[in-house]
Design a binder for this molecule. Sequence first.
Ligand SMILES: [Zn+2]
Length: 73
Amino acid sequence: MIDISKQTVKVDCPECNRSISVTLKQVANEALIKCNCGQEIQLKDSNGTNKKAIKDVNKSFKDLERTLKNFGK
Ligand SMILES: [Zn+2]
């Protein structure tokens, strides 16, 4: 089962401009991450966009799974 929340996105550190990989789940949970330079970055899921996207995409995969299962019958 594919889980979109494990997909990673890149955020730029405001301090050193290094790009850091974070999972969509971390963004949805608005996790506090730390860059290698020591700068802490507060992830923001504005208006719950990522949370909603994860839910929608996971639902689509579930629907697809169901369709494929029914297809095999
Ligand atoms: Zn940094």
